[in-house]
Write a protein that binds this ligand. Structure first.
Ligand code: ISL
Length: 552
C-alpha cells in the first residue's frame, strides 16, 4: 500500500505567470496579478501552485534563461510580492512550488560572463568548454531548439555547450562548486517558504563522458540520449542528501526522454531522489518531435498502462494533459468545436483527475481553453517554433505550408495565450496591450461565464477535485485498465481494499454501444458529465460521456 503524503493528495495548478493576470497594465502577467486571483484558485480546490520561473531574466525563453537566481524578474514584480504570494497561499492552506532551472543559465548570468572572459577565469569550469574539431564544433550534438548545440566564443576560440538556445549555456555539474552554488540557492528559496520544486530538464544535467558524436538515429531523438549521462543518479542523490532530506517536499522532475522502464530509479522512495516525474509520452502522442502523425485511442490507452507501471513498487506518478510546452488538450485529444467543446473538455478532465498520480492542471485547462489560429510564421512567438522554421523552410528543406500545418497544431504558443477571465476586451487579462494575442473565443470561453453556470467545465472540475479529495480510493487506489482492446472507450478501475470505483470515458464524438467486460455492473453514479442515472449510463454512451461509478 502507498504511504500517505500531502503531495499525493494534492491537485497542482500550473501558473504561467506571464499569461495569467496583469496588475499594472504593461501587458505582461505578474505576481500581484496572481495574488489577486488566489481566491479563484482556492475556489477551484487546488492545494498547490507551480509557479513559472520568477527569476531575473533577459527573457529569451520566457524566463527559462535565468540571469540571477536570487532576484525576482522586475516584469513580474518584487521580492516583497513573492513573499506576499507565499503568505497569501499559506493563509489559504495552500502551498507553492517553484520552477528550478539548473541544467543551464542565461548567457547573461554573472557566472557565464566570468566564464566567458577567458580560460583562466575561476568560473571557466562552471560551463562546458571544448576546442573545436577541424573548422567546426567539438562534436555533432544538436540543440533541442534546432541547430548545433555548440556556440563558438570568438575571444578564446573555444565552444560552449547549450542543449537549448545559445543564450542558455549548460552548467558543468561535474564541478562541485556549481553543485554547491545550486544547493545554496535552493535553500534560499526553501527558507522563503516554498514547498518544493519543478525541476526543469533535470535529467539532462549529467553529460555523456567523452562527448562522442551522435548516430543519425540518436540525432532524431536527442532527449533519449541526453538523459543517459552516467552521473544523473549520483547528482540527484547528492542534492537530496544536501538539500531536500527531512523537509517533506514535492519534487517533480521533468523527465523528457526518460523511458518508463528507467523511471523507478528516479522515483523509488527508497532511493531518495525525486517524488515524481513528468513523462511526455501522453502529451506527445500523435506527433514525431514537432511533426503531426496519426494516433488512436488504443495507442493512448497503451501509454496510460505503461506510465502506470513506471512508478515501480514504491514510487509515485503525475497526471497531466497540458503544460506551457504543449498545445491545448481539448484541441489535441478532444473536440474544440462548439458542439464537442464542453463534453470533451469534461471527458478529458475525468481522465486527468481520476488516474492514479498527482494531477497537474495547466491554467485555462479548467475552462477548456483551446489552441489559437496562426496565419503565417509572423504570428508565432515561440523560440522553438522559430528555430524549426529556420531549420526547415529557412534552408529550403521543406515547404512553408507543410511546416505550418504541424506548427499550428503543436506550437507551445497555443498554451501561452492570455488567460480568459471574462468576455471584455483582452479577456480581463490586462488593461494594456497583451504581450501575446488573446484568443478571440474568450467571448464564449471565460471564467466569469463558467463560474455562473452550474453545468460549466469549471464547475465540473470543482466537483471532480472535491470528489478526489473525499475518497482515499481515488487517490491511493490501484489502477487497472479493464478494457485495453476497446477502440473508443477508456474504462479503468481504482481499487483500495474492498472499495472500488469504475471510470468510463467515451473518447469520441459518436454514441458508443458499450458493454462492460467481465460481467461488471454499475450500482451507483458518483458523477457523470451527462447527468446520466444508474439505469441509463449504459449501454449507450453519449458522445464524450464520462463519469465515476461504483460497481455492484
Ligand atoms: O517543449 C519542448 C519543445 O517544444 C520540449 O522539448 C522542451 O523544450 C523540453 O521539455 C524542456 O522544457 C523545459 O526547458 C526548456 C524550456 O524552454 C521549456 O519551457 C521548459 O519546460 C529550456 O529551459
Amino acid at each position: 500500500p502507498q504511504k500517505a503524503k500531502w503531495w499525493k493528495e494534492a491537485v497542482v495548478y500550473q501558473v504561467y505567470t506571464r499569461s495569467f493576470s496583469d496588475s499594472n497594465g504593461d501587458g505582461i502577467g505578474d505576481l500581484p496579478g496572481l495574488i489577486d486571483r488566489l481566491d479563484y484558485l482556492q475556489s477551484l480546490g487546488v492545494q498547490v501552485i507551480w509557479l513559472a520561473p520568477h527569476y531575473d531574466t533577459p527573457n529569451v525563453d520566457n524566463g527559462y534563461d535565468i540571469r540571477d537566481y536570487r532576484a525576482v524578474d522586475p516584469l513580474q514584480g518584487t521580492m516583497a510580492d513573492f513573499d506576499r504570494l507565499v503568505a497569501g497561499l499559506h493563509e489559504r492552506g495552500m502551498k507553492l512550488i517553484v520552477d528550478l532551472v539548473i541544467n543551464h543559465t542565461s548567457d547573461q548570468h554573472e557566472w557565464f560572463r566570468q566564464s566567458r572572459s577567458g580560460p583562466d577565469n575561476p568560473y571557466r569550469d562552471f560551463y562546458i568548454w571544448r576546442d573545436g574539431r577541424d573548422d567546426g564544433p567539438p562534436n555533432n550534438y544538436l540543440s533541442i531548439f534546432g541547430g548545433s548545440a555548440w556556440e563558438k566564443d570568438e575571444a578564446s576560440g573555444q565552444y560552449y555547450l547549450h542543449y537549448f538556445a545559445k543564450e542558455q549555456p549548460d552548467l558543468n555539474w561535474e564541478n562541485p562548486k556549481v553543485r554547491q552554488e545550486v544547493y545554496n540557492m535552493m535553500r534560499f528559496w526553501l527558507d522563503k517558504g516554498v514547498s518544493g520544486f519543478r525541476m526543469d530538464s533535470i535529467c539532462f544535467i549529467s553529460k555523456l563522458p567523452g562527448l562522442r558524436d551522435l548516430t543519425l538515429a540518436e540525432m532524431e531523438s536527442l532527449e533519449h540520449v541526453y538523459v543517459t549521462g552516467p552521473k544523473i543518479h549520483d547528482y540527484l542523490q547528492d542534492m537530496h542528501h544536501e538539500v531536500l532530506v527531512d523537509r517533506d517536499l514535492l519534487t517533480v522532475g521533468e523527465a523528457f526522454g526518460v523511458s518508463f522502464e528507467d523511471t523507478p530509479a528516479f522515483v523509488s522512495e527508497a532511493r531518495n531522489e525525486l517524488t515524481m516525474v513528468f513523462h511526455f509520452e501522453i502529451v506527445r502522442i500523435g506527433r514525431h518531435d514537432w511533426q503531426v502523425q496519426d494516433w488512436t485511442i488504443k495507442d493512448l490507452k497503451a501509454v496510460l498502462r505503461g506510465e502506470e507501471t513506471s512508478s515501480g513498487p514504491d514510487g509515485w506518478l503525475t497526471s497531466f494533459l497540458e503544460n506551457h510546452d504543449n498545445p491545448r488538450s481539448v484541441s489535441w485529444f478532444g473536440d474544440p468545436s462548439p458542439k464537442g467543446h464542453g463534453p470533451s473538455a469534461k471527458a478529458l478532465a475525468t481522465l486527468l483527475i481520476m488516474r492514479r498520480g498527482t494531477p497537474y492542471i495547466y491554467q485555462g485547462e479548467e475552462i477548456g481553453m483551446t489552441n489559437i489560429h496562426f496565419d503565417g510564421i509572423e504570428d508565432f512567438q515561440d523560440i522553438n517554433a522559430k528555430g524549426i522554421w529556420n531549420n526547415t523552410v529557412g534552408i529550403g528543406k521543406m515547404s512553408a505550408e507543410e511546416v505550418l500545418h504541424s506548427l499550428r497544431r503543436v506550437t507551445r504558443d497555443n498554451a501561452r495565450t492570455p488567460m480568459q477571465w471574462d468576455a471584455s476586451n483582452h479577456a480581463g487579462f490586462t488593461t494594456g496591450l497583451p504581450w501575446f494575442r488573446v484568443n478571440p473565443n474568450h467571448i464564449d470561453i471565460n471564467v466569469a461565464q463558467q463560474d455562473a453556470d452550474p453545468n460549466s467545465i469549471l464547475n465540473y472540475y470543482r466537483t471532480l477535485i472535491q470528489l478526489r479529495a473525499s475518497q482515499k480510493t481515488l487517490i491511493y487506489g490501484d489502477f487497472e485498465d479493464v478494457d485495453p482492446d476497446h477502440p473508443a472507450v477508456i474504462a479503468f478501475t481504482r481499487t483500495l481494499g474492498d472499495d472500488q470505483f469504475l471510470i468510463l470515458i467515451n473518447m469520441c464524438g459518436e454514441t458508443e454501444h458499450y458493454i462492460l467486460p467481465h460481467g461488471l455492473k454499475i450500482a451507483e453514479v458518483l458523477l457523470d458529465n451527462m447527468s446520466a442515472s444508474v439505469e441509463n449510463v449504459l449501454p449507450n454512451l453519449k458522445p464524450w460521456q464520462a463519469g465515476i461509478y461504483r460497481l455492484a
